[in-house]
Write a protein that binds this ligand. Sequence first.
Ligand SMILES: Nc1nc2c(ncn2[C@@H]2O[C@H](COP(=O)(O)OP(=O)(O)OP(=O)(O)O)[C@@H](O)[C@H]2O)c(=O)[nH]1
Ligand SMILES: [Mg+2]
Length: 235
Amino acid sequence: MHRVEVEKNTLEANGRIAAENRALFKRLGAFVVNVMSAPGAGKTSVLEQTIKLMKENHKIGVIEGDLHTTIDADRISALGVDSYQITTGTVCHLDARMIRSGLQGFNVEGLDLLFIENVGNLVRPVEFDLGEDSRVMVFSVVEGADKPRKYPVMFHEVEAVLLNKIDLVPYSEIDLPKLMSNVLDVNPEARIFPVSCRTGAGLGRWTKWLEARIHSRASGGARARSAACSAGGER
Ligand SMILES: Nc1nc2c(ncn2[C@@H]2O[C@H](COP(=O)(O)OP(=O)(O)OP(=O)(O)O)[C@@H](O)[C@H]2O)c(=O)[nH]1
Ligand SMILES: [Mg+2]
C-alpha cells in the first residue's frame, strides 16, 4: 500500500515537471517526439534514417537515454546532428526531471524537431510523461506477432508504431498481417508503419506522417496518459 502511494507521488511530481518541459518546448517552437521500444528494436537506426530524410528541411536535435554508454549519441553526432546523452545508471526509463536537467547542457533553441530516444524497455518508459508532443514506438517484427497482446501498455499509449526489420520477414515465421491486427486490437487509432532501416522500405511514409503531425501540432498534442502499469513494476 505504502509503495502504491510512493509511486503515485512520483508520477504526480513527474507530471508537474513534464508540464513545465512541455511549456518550454512550445515556447521554443520544438516539436518533441519520445521514441520508445524494447532493447535493440531499432530506435537509433530509425532515428538515423529519419534524420537523413528530414535534416535538409528541419533543424533536428536528439536527446539519448541509455543506461551506461554514449554509443547512440555518438551515432547521431556522426550525422552532423546535435545530440545529448543522459545516462540513467540502473533506471530503465527517462523521466521529466532527467530531461529538464539535460536541457541545461543541450540547447533546444532554434530546433524545430527534437527526438528523445528513451531507454530500451517495453514497459517502464511509457509511465513517464517527458513533456513530449508525440509518443511513438519501434517494434522489431521478429519478436513475434503475439507481443502487442502480451505487452499491451506501450502499444496502447503511442500514436504510431514502426514495425521495423521487415527485411527479415522472409527468413522468419512472422505473420505480419496478424501482427498488424494485434496492434490494432490493442490500439485501434495507432498509425502503423512497416519499415526496414536496412533497405529503407516504408520510411518515406513514416516521415511524411511525421511532417504532417508536426504541422498539425496545434490541434494535436500529447495523448492523455495513464499509469497503466501497476505500481512496483520492474525498473
Ligand atoms: N535486419 C535489420 N536489422 C536492423 C534493422 N534496424 C536495426 N537493425 C539492427 O538491429 C540492431 C539494433 O539496432 P539499434 O538501432 O541499435 O536498436 P535500439 O533500439 O536503438 O537499441 P537500444 O538503444 O540498445 O535499445 C543493430 O544491429 C541494427 O543494425 C532493420 O530494419 N533490419
Ligand atoms: Mg539505441
